[in-house]
Design a protein around this ligand. Sequence first.
Ligand code: CP
Length: 325
Amino acid sequence: MRHLLSASDLSRDEALLVLDTAERLRELADRPIKKLPTLRGRTVVNLFFEDSTRTRISFEAAAKRLSADVINFSARGSSVAKGESLKDTALTLEAMGADAVVVRHSASGAPHRLATSGWIRSSVINAGDGTHEHPTQALLDAFTIRRHLGGLEGRRVTIVGDILHSRVARSNVLLLSTLGAEVTLVAPPTLLPVGVEQWSCAVSYDLDAVLPKSDVVMMLRVQRERMPADSEARARGTAYFPSAREYSRRYGLSGDRLAALPDHAIVMHPGPMNRGMEISADVADSPRSVVVEQVTNGVAVRMAVLYLLLAGARPASDEAERGGE
Ligand code: CP
């Protein structure tokens, strides 16, 4: 595989290979010498057109632990702010000899465009594109579930919240179903995408009915920034939810709801969290919450992805020396 654009790029065996590789790399990270020489001389570019904390930092840490050189590019403060196109930005990266480009973009499909355009020869990794996909988040979520519950086969994973705008939900449904988990989405009808009935998962509007049967509950942030202004939505009759308080009452994970979960069940959230909205602060900080561990696991999973995409590939610097075949 040359690129990672969608969780659907991965067969069951390929997904398990990423998770098994991440497991070995995580063990190495616990040793005193954390750095491996595997990607010495390779260049990884973090190309972020949208804000990020966890994904950008963990890709940077992952690349550095594999001894790659890292270039961090943020659209804010770059020539993109002056109107430079994706194509010209890509050609600039190509001229700098990038071996992998990790891209986050507000436009769904931007990483696919980069990978198939012919503008660059490097591997492209989707770090979140619009409301479409976030495959490395799904991989780190699968990795975290496997570490806690021993496997994915037959596990009941409930994903709750703003499914409509969630690239995390889409990638998780694809990956977790590939790995044999049974996924249920819980959301108000207005926060479910058109065509969700075609996805390989169940759908419910009743969180309290689903929680006692869940091995994992994954809470999602309500992405107000991707919604039309409330006044505009109300005028069109498409208001997404009546109020934050009402949303929290019906779909938030409170201490009472936590108590309804089976004893072994874990609570996940990809972050950033809206404490008090989709998850209460006491649940976010409870021993059942694996939110911080998800971040730790993200580094090992991204190391595995970079390793599997780049370790066998020819470095961009070789191509440059040969005049770029
Ligand atoms: N989970 C996630 O993608 O977080 P960031 O937006 O902080 O990268």
